[in-house]
Design a protein around this ligand. Structure first.
Ligand SMILES: Nc1ncnc2c1ncn2[C@@H]1O[C@H](COP(=O)(O)OP(=O)(O)O[C@H]2O[C@H](CO)[C@@H](O)[C@H](O)[C@H]2O)[C@@H](O)[C@H]1O
Length: 209
């Protein structure tokens, strides 16, 4: 079970492959300033809509950062009897870090197959837009949309076992989306809400009846 979390310790991190903190010193209109920021990978995110059954394909997974932010850390320990792993479970769109060479569309195709089990053609990916994390990282997230059918489901998905990924593929019916995006009991990133609003503005008329 992905939410069966035990033996949690929180330690300082000085040699991460994923995040590197820096302090930038600069003058703004003659005034000396500093800003602390993190170098992180850019990412690609894909809104997947299954037209056969009118459901969005999403992923549910344990996110350690969400878990740690929601619970009390005492002397570097988190008491999992008080704070169960379920507090760190999130609903997200299929996504991946841009940590490999090759086109971003090719990376998106690969993530869709690995995480959700659908085999899509790169040409079918529609680029929606990109956004940046403005506060601490400045990293770029590029958002795509793709329509899939049940015939395109060729594998179970669930992420790469060798990377230890434990991802559950979730199907969210189109009719439940509006309630879902406002439901604060389910931790989710803002790109998910933006993507669904984009769908309502641009695609929903083709699928609602
Ligand atoms: N900080 C970290 N510490 C340790 N291991 C890590 C890590 N980040 C990634 N990994 C490892 O790298 C693997 C691959 O990550 P992915 O490329 O699938 O990105 P992910 O979808 O997790 O989220 C990515 O994309 C989403 C969407 O933008 C972002 O919200 C999210 O921060 C970003 O990691 C993970 O399974 C994990 O093993």
């Amino acid at each position: 079970m992905a939410d069966n979390i035990a033996d949690v310790r929180v330690l300082p991190c000085t040699d991460s492959k994923y995040i590197r903190p820096f302090r930038i010193h600069y003058k703004q209109d003659g005034i000396d300033k500093t800003w602390d920021y993190m170098k992180v990978y850019n990412s690609v995110i894909i809104l997947i809509f299954n037209v056969t059954r009118k459901v969005f394909i999403m992923v549910k997974q344990f996110r350690p950062a969400v878990y740690a932010a929601r619970v009390e850390v005492e002397n570097g320990r988190i008491d999992t009897t008080k704070f169960p792993g379920s507090l760190g479970m999130t609903f997200e769109l299929c996504a991946g870090l841009v940590d490999k060479s090759g086109s971003i569309e090719q990376l998106a195709k690969q993530e869709i197959l690995e995480e959700c089990g659908y085999d899509v053609k790169v040409e079918c990916l529609e680029r929606i837009t990109s956004t940046r994390n403005v506060g601490t990282s400045g990293s770029l997230q590029t958002l795509y949309y793709v329509e899939v059918t049940d015939e395109m489901k060729v594998a179970a998905g669930g992420g790469l076992t060798e990377e230890g990924e434990m991802i559950e593929v979730i199907e969210l019916p189109l009719k439940d989306t509006k309630h879902f995006i406002m439901d604060e009991s389910i931790p989710k990133p803002p790109n998910l809400q933006f993507a669904f609003m984009w769908f309502y503005a641009n695609k929903a008329k083709n699928h609602e009846n």
